[in-house]
Design a protein around this ligand. Structure first.
Ligand SMILES: [Zn+2]
Length: 462
C-alpha cells in the first residue's frame, strides 16, 4: 500500500526563494506549497506523496514575502508633485489639507483604484490605509483580494485654519468625523473572511483634542479595532504640543494613558528621546516612511527607534509607492546619517519592508515571512531582466537593483492578486481613462490652493 496522498491547493516553483526568516538565507530551485491559504511546505521539493491542484512555474523568478505598507494614503494621487520640491509642512498644510475637502467622492473613488493598482503592482500585499475614502478602499480590497487595514480621518480642528496655526476646536467636526470613523470601521471590520480589518484614525496629535483622543481609544478598544495616527510629523505639531503640554507629542499621549500595542504611529520625524522612550514603553508600532523625509531635508532616527526595541517597519505614506526604491532610500539615508555603511544592511531593509512592517500592524505572527504555518502572502520578482544581471542569489541584488515593475505575481492568503503583472478585479485602462477625464477639474482645485500645475500654455511659447 502506497503512502497516503496529501493534496495542496497550489504549488509555486521558482528559481529562488527568499523566506526573510531571521537571516539572509535563500533556496535555489525551490517550492512553496499552499493549503487553505497557509504555507504548508517550503523547501527544495515537496514530499512525493503530496499533490497540487494547481502548479505555477516561475523558472526565472524569485519569491519573497509580500511587502507590507504599514502607513499609507492610497487615494492621494492628486497631491503628487505638490510637496516634493516644497517645504513639507507648507505643501501639506496648505495644498493637501485644504484640498481634501474640495474633492468629490467620485474622484476619491477613482484615485483609490489608482493607488491600489499602483501598490499591488509594486508587490505590496497588505496596506494599512488612512484617508477619506475607506469605502472605496474597502471596495478595492474586495475586488482585488488585497489585505487591508482601514481607517478614516478623525479630528476636531478646521484644516483651513491650521496653516495659520489656528487650533480652535470644533466639537461638531469632532462628533461628525468620529461618527464617520466608527461607522466605516463597523462596515469594514472582518470583511473578506477577515482580510479587511478596521482601525480608528485620530488624524494627528495636533489636530485632535485630548477629549477626542479619549473617545477614539474607548470606541476602538470596545470594538477590537486598532488605532492609527501621525505623530511628531511636523515641526508645527511638535511646537504646538510642547507649548501646550511642556512635553513632546508621544510623551504626552503616553502620559495620558492612551497608548498601547494596538497603536500605529507614523513618522516620529521630530520625536525626541523622551518620545522614543514613551513609544517603547507603550509598545506602539512605528511606521517609517523613508522616502518622504530626505526630500524635506531631514531623517528620523530609525536606528535609534530600532535599537531601543520599538517595533519598526516600512511605510510609503503617499505618492511614492515602490517598496524597492523606498528600501534604497532607507539604506542610503540611514548610512549617510551615521556616516557608516554598516548602519543598515540590505537584509535589514528587506526585513523592515516585510516582517517588520507586519509586526508594526500586529500581523507579525501571520504574514511578512515565508514560513510553514504562515499565511501565504507571496510575491514573485522577475530576474530575467538586464538590470538584474548577474543574479547570484543574494538579497543585495534584489534590494539594490529590483524595481516595482519587476513584480510579476502576488498572492494573498494563497489567492492570486497580481497575475503576469496585471491586477485582478480592477480594470487598469478604465481607471486611467476615468482619471484623465477628471484631470482638468482636479487641476483647477490644486491651482486654486496655490499648488503647482502646468495646464496653462508655456509662457515662452505665447
Ligand atoms: Zn500619512
Amino acid at each position: 500500500m502506497g503512502l497516503l496522498k496529501i493534496e495542496v491547493d497550489l504549488l509555486i516553483r521558482a528559481k529562488w526563494i527568499f523566506p526573510v526568516n531571521g537571516f539572509a538565507d535563500s533556496i535555489q530551485n525551490g517550492e512553496v506549497a499552499i493549503k487553505d491559504g497557509k504555507i504548508k511546505y517550503l523547501g527544495s521539493k515537496m514530499p512525493e506523496n503530496w499533490q497540487a491542484k494547481n502548479v505555477v512555474e516561475l523558472p526565472n523568478n524569485a519569491l519573497l514575502p509580500g511587502f507590507v505598507n504599514s502607513h499609507c494614503h492610497a487615494a492621494s494621487t492628486v497631491f503628487r508633485a505638490q510637496s516634493e520640491d516644497g517645504e513639507g509642512g507648507r505643501a501639506l498644510y496648505t495644498v493637501a489639507f485644504r484640498g481634501e475637502g474640495l474633492i468629490e467622492s467620485d474622484d476619491w473613488a477613482i484615485m483609490a483604484k489608482l493607488g491600489v493598482l499602483e501598490m499591488a503592482k509594486a508587490g505590496i500585499t497588505t496596506l494599512n490605509d488612512f484617508w477619506y475614502a475607506p469605502d472605496d478602499m474597502g471596495a478595492a480590497a474586495l475586488a482585488t483580494g488585497l489585505r487591508m487595514q482601514l481607517a478614516t480621518e478623525i479630528l476636531d480642528v478646521d484644516k483651513n485654519l491650521i496653516p495659520n496655526g489656528d487650533y480652535t476646536r470644533f466639537s461638531k467636526i469632532g462628533e461628525r468625523t468620529l461618527r464617520n470613523g466608527v461607522e466605516a470601521a463597523n462596515r469594514w471590520h472582518g470583511r473578506n473572511n477577515g482580510l479587511v480589518t478596521s482601525r480608528l484614525g485620530p488624524h494627528a496629535i495636533d489636530t485632535v483634542s485630548e477629549g477626542l483622543f479619549r473617545e477614539c481609544v474607548k470606541e476602538a478598544r470596545k470594538n477590537g479595532w486598532g488605532l492609527h495616527t501621525h505623530a511628531a510629523q511636523s515641526r508645527q505639531e511638535v511646537d504646538y504640543i510642547r507649548k501646550k503640554t511642556g512635553v513632546g507629542p508621544v510623551t504626552w499621549l503616553g502620559d495620558l494613558g492612551l497608548l498601547g500595542s494596538d497603536w500605529v504611529l507614523a513618522h516620529l520625524t521630530f520625536a525626541d528621546n523622551s518620545d522614543l522612550n514613551a513609544a517603547l514603553e507603550h509598545d506602539i508600532g512605528y511606521a517609517h516612511a523613508a522616502s518622504i523625509y530626505p526630500r524635506r531635508g531631514t531623517y528620523p532616527d530609525l536606528n535609534g527607534a530600532r535599537s531601543k526595541g520599538i517595533r519598526s517597519g516600512m511605510a510609503s505614506d503617499w505618492l511614492l509607492n515602490d517598496p524597492f526604491e523606498i528600501m534604497r532610500v532607507m539604506l542610503s539615508a540611514t548610512r549617510l546619517a551615521a556616516s557608516d555603511y554598516k548602519a543598515l544592511s540590505s537584509y535589514e531593509a528587506l526585513e523592515l519592508a516585510t516582517a517588520g512592517a507586519a509586526d508594526v500592524i500586529g500581523l507579525g505572527d501571520r504574514i511578512g515571512r515565508l514560513k510553514v504555518g504562515y499565511e501565504a502572502d507571496i510575491i514573485s520578482v522577475a530576474l530575467d531582466r538586464p538590470h538584474m544581471q548577474p543574479f547570484y542569489g543574494t538579497v543585495t541584488s534584489l534590494v539594490w537593483h529590483a524595481r516595482a515593475s519587476d513584480v510579476t505575481h502576488s498572492w494573498v492568503k494563497g489567492k492570486p492578486v497580481v497575475v503576469d503583472g496585471e491586477v485582478e478585479g480592477i480594470n487598469e485602462r478604465d481607471a486611467l481613462d476615468t482619471f484623465q477625464s477628471r484631470l482638468n477639474h482636479l487641476g483647477e482645485i490644486i491651482r486654486s490652493l496655490g499648488g503647482v500645475t502646468r495646464t496653462d500654455p508655456c509662457p515662452c511659447c505665447t
